[in-house]
Design a protein around this ligand. Structure first.
Ligand code: FUB
Length: 627
């Protein structure tokens, strides 16, 4: 099972509670091995940790996370309690092409925790569980350090923090257990050890004050098992008193990151947690700069993604609140309290926007206006969004379902590359859920002279056409499209066709119905009161007999195959698939020219066409070639 579950904002995993994140870089990707908090089933302590399995996630950009599914679960552990719900903080390391997953778990007999190992040939598994836990280790929160000299060490908590050498098989201790000396007083757990520039770091959650909650702290040493020189705090206590924090540090593409957890999606229960990420920086002397929690997190968002603006990087005069306090996974929104309030959201990549417009989800109780600007609250306006919730008489709009409105606005300009977005309030109070940018549909792709031939689509619809820019016709109502009027008009235009100067375009239509209205719009021609010439060249490998041309058009149309009239759709038509059918026809071996004329007064012109066989099945055994 794999599923894409993440976004750039914190928390990064949004469909499961995930805690105790160990991030590792394997094969150029970041792999995340968290523990997995669940709501305790009946019979389990409701106010305690409850974990029955582990998932692994991966990402190449720290923005999109793929959940590779469950890798180890409690009922499969040969030595573990099948209903212990104690699969606490894990780790995973790679040695000689094998991946070793270390996890704490309640043993079948006795109390407390043992630490097990599972081995795989790939970071995503499948993992094979060792029959017994590591001998001589009772505790939680394993972490393994691979030293440059090929020696490996394991650290764990649950009582005093301890460490030991591991044998080359990665499954047995290789020597005595060492107490980690030099660490500050106060509760400690969750060791995460690593080496940087020849210096060993031991980082750990630490309760520094009486009745306090966990910080993230660190110590350094010249030796992997200490003694340690305590250095200070990496991250202060959670502001909301969520009791635990647990973390890992990883360098990816030249930047260090801190993975940690909060209980953002479970504000009333600090045993259901969610993984977050921040950038982390070292000073020149090897000390670590304190990391502040942000909602924005790390990674770049594509402008086409849903940008949850409440995860802002900085703001002025705003309030953040859950959208639905009974379903916190629905996320939060930000309220811009008055004119001049703003939120800034860093790192949005516009290279994906070619012909874009803005979509925004807002709620207001008075008419107001927002702007989306570039880089600062006074920056260039990307889009202005008037929010109209009340009519002039003061009545609320009738389409306000639940009061959230999804509005669209054209762009004044499209930023280049990666930029910071600032949403500014230009009027009354307004709440914003998300913002995104969309490209207008292309409808057509121009086909170059050397482009290869194509087949009809699998429903038989012909999508490659030569279209002549529309001829303006003075038709104000389609009721004049009688048989005799159309015949006269079509034969007049047919006679004039060789002398027409209109430009022809060879196009592939994105849709099965060829949107002639959009074609006219794209090339800046009249979209209403239009007459369209359409032509396609059909190449058949052999005669295809007893087929019928099946067409639909908006409005009226006439169709010729190899110069012979084969169908007329008269009246004020809507485009309906197979609306009209020709007599039986033969598509001859080699080239056939299918031509159509479509006329429309008011309305959105389009047409669709295919050939059907005797059984009514689409004919697809020909190709459509360039002239
Ligand atoms: O997730 C269960 C326990 O909470 C971890 O093992 C500790 O480090 C703390 O985060």
């Amino acid at each position: 099972m794999t599923a894409t579950v993440g976004q750039a904002q914190n928390p990064v995993i949004r469909d499961l509670f995930t805690a105790d994140p160990t991030a590792r870089v394997f094969n150029g990707k970041v792999y995340l091995y968290p523990s997995h908090d669940i709501m305790p089933p009946e019979g389990q302590r409701q106010d305690w940790f409850c974990m029955e399995d582990y998932h692994v996630f991966s990402s190449v950009n720290l923005t999109d996370w793929t959940d590779h599914g469950v890798i180890v679960s409690q009922e499969k552990v040969p030595w573990g309690k099948p209903d212990g719900y104690s699969m606490w903080a894990p780790d995973c390391v790679e040695k000689d092409g094998k991946y070793y997953f270390y996890f704490p778990n309640g043993p079948k007999s006795g109390r407390g925790f043992a630490i097990g190992v599972a081995v795989a040939n790939s970071p995503e598994g499948p993992f094979t569980l060792e029959p017994e836990p590591i001998k001589g280790v009772m505790g939680i929160d394993p972490c393994v350090l691979l030293d440059d000299d090929g020696q490996q060490y394991i650290y764990w908590a649950g009582g005093p923090m301890r460490g030991a050498r591991l044998k080359g098989n990665m499954k047995e201790l290789d020597g005595p257990v060492t107490m980690m000396e030099g660490l500050p007083d106060g509760f400690k757990e969750g060791p995460f050890a690593f080496k940087r520039n020849g210096l060993y770091y031991l980082t750990f959650p630490w309760v520094r004050q009486e009745k306090g909650t966990e910080t993230l702290a660190y110590a350094t040493s010249n030796s992997p098992l200490g003694p340690w020189d305590f250095k200070g705090i990496i991250m202060a206590e959670h502001a909301n008193r969520c009791w635990t924090n647990h973390h890992s540090l990883v360098e990816y593409k030249g930047q260090w990151y801190l993975f940690y957890h909060t209980n953002f999606f479970s504000p009333k229960d600090d045993k259901r947690r969610s993984v977050c990420i921040e950038k982390l920086f070292f000073n020149a002397d090897g000390t670590i700069q304190e990391v502040k929690q942000t909602m924005r997190g790390v990674g770049i968002n594509q402008a086409t993604e849903r940008i949850e603006i409440d995860r802002y990087s900085s703001a002025n005069d705003v309030q953040t609140a859950y959208i639905d306090t009974t379903n916190t996974l629905r996320g939060a929104c930000v309220t811009l309290l008055q004119k001049g309030s703003w939120v800034k959201y860093d790192g949005v990549d516009f290279s994906c926007i070619t012909d874009g417009y803005l979509v925004i989800n807002v709620m207001a109780s008075e008419n107001t206006q927002l702007c989306v600007r570039e880089n600062s609250a006074k920056g260039k306006v990307i889009a202005k969004i008037p929010v109209t919730v009340k009519s002039e008489q003061g009545a609320f709009r009738r389409d306000m379902s639940g009061q959230w409105l999804t509005l669209t606005a054209p762009l004044d300009f499209t930023p280049k590359g990666i930029t910071d977005l600032v949403v500014t309030c230009e009027g009354e109070t307004v709440s914003v859920d998300w913002v995104r940018f969309k490209n207008r549909p292309k409808y057509f792709t121009e086909v170059g002279k050397s482009a290869s031939s194509v087949q009809p689509d699998n429903q038989g619809f012909i999508r490659r056409w030569r279209l002549m820019e529309p001829i303006a016709v003075d038709v104000r109502s389609n009721i004049i499209f009688t048989n005799s009027w159309l015949r006269e008009k079509f034969s007049e235009e047919l006679a004039r066709l060789p002398k027409q100067k209109g430009k022809w375009y060879t196009l592939d239509s994105e849709n099965y119905n060829v949107k002639l209205f959009r074609f006219a719009e794209k090339y800046g021609k009249q979209t209403y009161g239009s007459f369209f010439w359409c032509e396609t060249i059909i190449e058949c490998p052999e005669d295809i007999e007893n087929v019928r041309l099946a067409c639909g058009s908006n409005g009226a149309s006439m169709w010729w195959l190899n110069g012979e009239e084969v169908l007329l759709l008269e009246g004020d038509r809507r485009m309906v698939e197979d609306d009209g059918m020709s007599q039986r026809l033969t598509l001859k071996k080699g080239r056939n020219v299918l031509r159509a004329a479509v006329i429309n007064g008011p309305g959105l012109s389009d047409m669709c066409v295919r050939f059907l066989d005797e059984k009514g099945l689409p004919v697809t055994s020909f190709t459509l070639v360039n002239k």
